[in-house]
Design a protein around this ligand. Sequence first.
Ligand code: PMP
Length: 489
Amino acid sequence: MARSAQESLPASVVSAMERGGSGMDFSEIDLQGVVAKLQIQSRDSLAQRLPGTSPYRADRTGPSGATQSQFSGNTGSSASPAQHSRPLDISSVRLDFPALHQSIHGFPLVWFDNAATTQKPRQVIEAMSSFYALDYSNIHRAAHTLAARATDHYEGARETVREFIHAQSKDDIVFVRGTTEGINFIAHTIKGFLREGDEILLSEVEHHANIVPWQMIAREVRARIRVIPIDDSGEILIEEYRRLLGPRTRLVSLSHASNTLGTVLPIEEMTQMAHHHGARVVIDAAQSIAHMPVDVQAIGCDFLVFSGHKIFAPTGIGVVYVHPQLHDVLPPWQGGGNMIRRVSFDETIYSDAPAKFEAGTPSIGDAVGLGAALQYLRQFDPISVEAHEHALLEHATRELKGIRGVTIYGHATKKIGVVSFTLDGYTTEMVGKELDRRGIAVRTGHHCAQPSLRHFGLESTVRPSFAIYNTHEEVERLIEAIVHLSRRR
Ligand code: PMP
C-alpha cells in the first residue's frame, strides 16, 4: 500500500514543503503523487530559467508522414505548443495528469473509464485556474479590459477548435454543453424542415443521445426512424444502409465510433451516400475526437458534435460544427441575450452564426479549458496516439480472449480502444467491483447504448476503454484480476 507523504518523508522536509507553499494536501496525496508533482514543478522552473527548452514551447517539427489536419494549421499565440512537437513518451504524458498519481484502495489508480470521461492534464487545470484568477469576466458586452481578455480567450478557444477539426471558419463552431445538448440543438433547429413521412436513419450502435432526441422530434412531425443494422462483429451492414436510403431520407445521424463495441463507422462513405439522396448528415464524434483525426471537410458532414470532457477538457462544454451553408438557413433554437442584433417588442433581428446559436452567457471558463486541452493534444503526432491506443486494445483483446468464461463483443476491423466483455459466473457489476477493489476503474452496465447490446441479447457488459496515458502494465493488471475471478468460479 502506498504510504502518505506525511508518513514517508522526514518531518523537517514536510514542514519545509508546507512553509514553501508547495500547495499539496498531504492528507490526500500519496508519495507517488507528491514525487510526480515535484518533478513537474522542477521541470517547469527549469523551463522558465532556460527559455526555449520547455517541452510545451518546442518548435521542432513533428515526425514526417503525420499529415492529419486535425492537429494542423497552428495560428495560435506564441504560447501555443507547436503541433506534433512532443514525442509520445507515455511516462512523461502521465506526469501531466495529477489524478493518475493516486492510490485507490491501496493500489495505484488505473483509469480505464475513458469512454465515459477522461482525466485532465495540469495544462487544462492551470489554464482554467489562471483564467478565473486573472482574466475572468462575461464576454462581448462591455468596454472594459477584463471583458476584452475573456472574449479573446473564448474566441481563441473557438479558433483552436476550428483548427483541430479542420473547419473552414471559426463561425462554423458553436459552443454547447456537450454532445447531448448538441444533438438536441440540431434536432430542434432542423425540425422545421421535416415533414410527415420523412425518414431519419440511425445506426444500431447509437448512444441514447443520438436516438432519443430524434424520437422526440419524429413523434412531433410524424417522421419515421429507420435503423441501419450491424452484423455480429459489430460492423455496419453497408448494403442494408444502401437499401434504406431513398427519396424520403431527410437525415442520417451516425456515431463516428461506437462507445460499446468500439466499431469505427465508415462515415466518409456513408456521408457521401446520404448526400447522394439529398439527406443531411450528423456525426456524433463523442468517442472518436480524442482517439483519431477528425476532419469535418474530409468527412463532408453537415454537422459534427463532441463533448469536451471526453478529450481531457472539463464538463459543461461541447461543440457543434455547423456547415457554412446552413448558418443562415437554420433558425436559432434558444432566444435571449448574446444572439441578437436588435430587439424591439415587435421584432428581433438575430446575429449571424455562431452567436445566433449561443443565447445567454456561455460556459466561458470551460471553453478556455477546452482550448487548452486541444492545444495539449495537438503536441502529439496523432498517428502515434492512435497506434499506442491500438496496441493497448490488441493486448487487452488477445489476453482476455484466452481467459476461460470471457466473451468479447465487437470485433470490427477498425475499432477504437474499447473492449466490451462478460465473464461467465459473474454479473458485470461484480466484475466492476472486484476491479475497483484493485484500483482499476472500468464502466459496467448498458453504457447508454442499449440497442447495440440487445443485438447480442445483453443488457450489460464490462467496458475498459483506453486513452493516451494508459500503459501495457495497466492492461496486465486488468488481465490478472480477470484471470483471478475466472479461476475462482
Ligand atoms: N454519444 C456517444 C457515442 C457517447 O459515447 C456519449 C457519452 N458516453 C454521448 C454521445 C453523450 O455525451 P455527453 O454525455 O457528454 O453529452
